[in-house]
Design a protein around this ligand. Structure first.
Ligand code: 8YV
Length: 319
């Protein structure tokens, strides 16, 4: 237990237990550790377990001069300044793959919920409107629908396979065509959106994808189109989305992630053509446990022999 770890953010109990069994764990004293806290503990900390979505940049790294590894909980690491970490010789790891199936399942759930107006229909049944007003409105089918995946990474590919059940064309857009992905590559996102009945966003957040889903893409998807976002709020222009929904230029949206979490604009909350969930796509007991274990295992492996299990791609040459 001579290795001292900083647990940043609120660590889930299982992760907290794993880390405190193996290391000396210093839990987060607040939003940003105080100067006193950092002055006292900063130099002793060699590992950081990150469970926070707030930016982790050079300012904090410079207060932790002996930090060797940042193990972040989650596959996404857009809140971590990886270039700043690399420049300081700090390895960054994340938790890929273990969440592929559940996040893909959630995207499928949101897609089905949006196309069949599940939440509205549930409200209709529960509130007694069925009995008072008769049958609910008809919805639209996904059978044979053209479905577009934006971001053909690990989760995108897992989802694409699941979408084959609908029997329609599956298209994808990303920076490059992927030779091992057996679906049609569309280099032009707007042109792809125009052809699609639904777009599902699975691309990483960060500078390269900031608001890549803009008014033009949203309007290309059109008045009957469905937009599903289980990626990051930052990939979507939320204001343009709201405007398109309010003016009938987009059909439906199903959103698990938002620009300013955990705050959701009232214009989305009040729109019954929007399905909302609280960033919960990976939130099953089983998947979260695997994510917590991988976060701890990366630290354990690194401190055992320098070979972390799942470094982020930018740090693969560091192990
Ligand atoms: C969160 C996610 O990490 O993996 C990601 O990138 O966005 C989620 O799975 C999860 O909420 C744990 O904090």
């Amino acid at each position: 237990k001579d290795i001292e770890i900083y647990g940043r953010g609120v660590l889930p109990p299982h992760l907290d237990n794993r880390l405190s069994a193996e290391f000396t764990l210093h839990r987060d004293p607040g939003q940003m550790p105080s100067t006193d806290w950092l002055a006292q503990l900063g130099p002793r900390i060699t590992g950081l377990a990150n469970a926070s979505f707030t930016p982790l940049g050079a300012d904090l790294m410079d207060c932790l001069p002996n930090l060797r590894i940042i193990s972040t909980l989650g596959v996404g690491y857009d809140n971590i300044d990886v270039a700043a970490a690399r420049a300081r010789g700090i390895l960054v790891t994340h938790t890929p793959d273990v969440l592929n199936a559940d996040v893909a399942n959630y995207a499928l759930l949101l897609l089905l919920a949006a196309s069949r107006d599940l939440i509205q229909q549930e409200n209709y049944a529960r509130s007694g409107r069925w009995a008072r007003e008769g049958r609910a409105a008809l919805t639209s089918t996904l059978e044979g629908a053209t479905l577009g995946i934006v971001g053909p990474g690990r989760i995108g590919r897992t989802l694409a396979k699941k979408l084959e059940i609908f029997g329609g064309p599956i298209l994808y857009h990303g920076r490059h065509a992927q030779p091992d992905v057996p679906y049609e590559y569309c280099p032009d996102l707007v042109a792809m959106a125009r052809r699609c009945d639904a777009l599902i966003l699975l691309l990483p957040g960060g500078a390269g994808t900031d608001r890549i889903i803009d008014a033009q893409v949203i309007e290309a998807l059109g008045p009957n189109g469905i937009l599903v976002n289980v990626a990051r709020g930052s990939v979507l222009d939320e204001t343009a989305l709201i405007r398109a929904l309010e003016t009938g230029r987009l059909g439906r949206a199903a959103l698990d992630v938002f620009e300013n979490e955990p705050n959701i604009p009232a214009a989305l909350c009040n729109n019954d053509r929007v399905t909302l969930t609280p960033h919960a796509a990976s939130a099953t007991v089983e998947t979260r446990r695997a994510m917590f274990d991988l976060t701890a295992d990366n630290l354990r492996a690194y401190f055992a022999d320098g070979a972390a299990l799942t470094p982020v791609p930018e740090c693969r040459d560091m192990v």
